[in-house]
Design a protein around this ligand. Structure first.
Ligand SMILES: Nc1ncnc2c1ncn2[C@@H]1O[C@H](COP(=O)(O)OP(=O)(O)OP(=O)(O)O)[C@@H](O)[C@H]1O
Ligand SMILES: [Mg+2]
Length: 451
């Protein structure tokens, strides 16, 4: 229920407006002076203030100025019985949303209040989104690989070169894409992202290029595609390796010509878009299997960018863990939390197959699961992280040679799979095994093959 505050020295106006607003579903309160209004605003959340210009004590304009200086101020609609154009202009310059003249027209008042509530909501959403975007592109970590990543972003961001970001799942590819945009000359323009893996095959073309209504069953209205939306800015093609060959050829043409035609349209649209793509697949392999066009690969891969897995930069773990702890405690409205060096030690010994995302999830989980704990210790960490570390210590505890051998083989194969980004054929080659033999072993040892 939006809150409206009525500020007027005439009790009759306060009462009748409050009654009408309450009938319309607002929660209305009132004040008889500028001072009382400011007092109320310091303790209550208000969306819209209806403010009379002529008030005893400090007048409406002065009150308006003070309201505008508040943190997260409400929208203000000025009311005057002696309204002149000049006062209206001054009030607007001071940041008033609009102006009403006495005697008040009920319809006009209600429409203005409704619009002001909406405007404030949009404004707040906008501020929140910008904040989120900024925090989204903060790259934490001072390891040598991450310093190199940052330096490379600084060098490539101001160019208009296409970037292809490689890296395992969860390493921070999307974050790097945001950071490149944020440091580019296009930073004031839009950043549009398309997750090629998440959009069904038959919808992706319409998503990228848009369509005219009626161009296919279900296309009820015209739709602007992401290429058009990103005009002047950056288009991030996330998981580009998941795009079908048909879509790839249309993207290829668009990149070559900076022009495309929406589905069902006759007219081509010219765009100026910087494309950043990302993949966690081995595109060389996808090309050799015939799943990815090599000509598109060369166009996207103008500047290749590799984000290293977390296990190759374990020095970042303490800083990342503390960063997420702070961020997530704030998100869940909890006071700042600490984590002991001992717990950090456990985190640093784990291999993090899901990379930074997995670390963030672990921290999120302990924050949620332990609402009253202020200092997290190793006992708060989930068993997965913990077991991985303690397994080595309990190795002597195996009762049979077979058990010990299985455990060793399992660890060893997992490590090699990890080194080869989960690619079974390559791991088999490294281990000097037939691929089918490795598969059988993995099955026997309970290791899932990831695709
Ligand atoms: N260096 C970092 N500093 C701060 N946060 C990070 C860092 N790297 C990753 N993150 C965070 O980890 C999460 C995963 O990162 P992101 O989505 O960028 O990974 P990704 O490589 O795109 O993963 P996927 O391949 O699964 O899409 C996000 O919440 C991101 O903000
Ligand atoms: Mg991603």
């Amino acid at each position: 229920m939006p809150n409206v505050l009525i500020v007027d020295d005439e009790a009759g106006i306060r009462e009748s407006l409050a009654g009408v607003l309450a009938d319309e579903g607002y929660s209305a309160s009132s004040a008889e002076s500028g001072e009382a209004c400011l007092d109320l605003l310091s303790s209550t959340a208000v969306d819209v203030v209806l403010l009379d210009i002529w008030l005893p004590g400090i007048d409406g304009l002065e009150t308006l100025e003070k309201i505008r200086r508040l943190d997260n101020p409400p929208e203000v609609i000025m009311i005057s019985g002696h309204g002149t154009i000049e006062t209206a202009v001054r009030a607007t310059k001071l940041g008033a949303y609009d102006f009403l003249e006495k005697p008040l027209s009920l319809d006009k008042t209600l429409i203005l209040v409704k619009n002001a509530v909406e405007s404030r909501k949009l404004h707040r959403e906008n501020v929140d989104l910008k904040k989120q975007l900024q925090s989204k592109s903060v790259i934490v970590g001072d390891s040598i690989p991450m310093k190199a990543v940052r330096q490379q972003i600084g060098l490539m961001a101001p160019t208009d070169g296409r970037v292809l970001i490689y890296g395992e799942s969860g390493v921070g590819k999307e974050l790097v894409a945001h950071a490149i945009h944020a440091q580019s000359l296009r930073c004031d323009e839009t950043f549009v992202e398309v997750n090629c893996a998440a959009i069904p095959e038959d919808l992706i073309e319409s998503e990228l290029f848009g369509h005219r209504h009626g161009s296919f069953p279900g296309a009820a209205a015209d739709k602007e595609g992401k290429f058009a939306r990103a005009n002047g800015g950056t288009l991030f093609l996330d998981e580009v390796g998941d795009m079908s060959l048909k879509t790839q050829s249309k993207v290829l043409r668009t990149l070559d010509e900076q022009r495309f035609t929406p589905l069902g349209s006759e007219e081509a649209i010219t765009v100026d878009v910087r494309v950043i793509a990302s993949t966690n697949k081995d595109l060389d392999e996808e090309i050799s299997r015939g799943n990815f066009r090599d000509d598109l690969f060369y166009r996207l891969n103008v500047i290749p960018f590799f984000v290293p897995p977390l296990r190759e930069r374990k020095e970042d773990i303490p800083q990342l863990a503390r960063h997420f702890l702070k961020e997530l405690a704030a998100t869940y409205g909890r006071r700042p939390r600490e984590i002991t060096d001992d717990a950090i030690d456990v985190l640093m010994r784990y291999s993090w197959p899901g990379n930074v995302r997995e670390l963030r999830n672990v921290i999120e989980r302990i924050v949620i699961m332990n609402p009253t704990t202020t200092r997290f210790d190793r006992k708060h960490l989930p068993p997965l992280v913990y077991r991985d570390v303690s397994r080595r210590a309990t190795r002597d505890g195996f009762s049979t040679l077979q058990q010990a051998r299985d455990a060793y083989e399992r660890d060893y194969i997992l490590k090699k799979l990890d080194d080869n980004h989960g690619n079974v054929s390559r791991t088999a080659e490294v281990l000097g095994l037939e691929r089918s033999h490795l598969y059988r072993k993995m099955k026997a040892l309970g290791i899932a093959a990831k695709e």
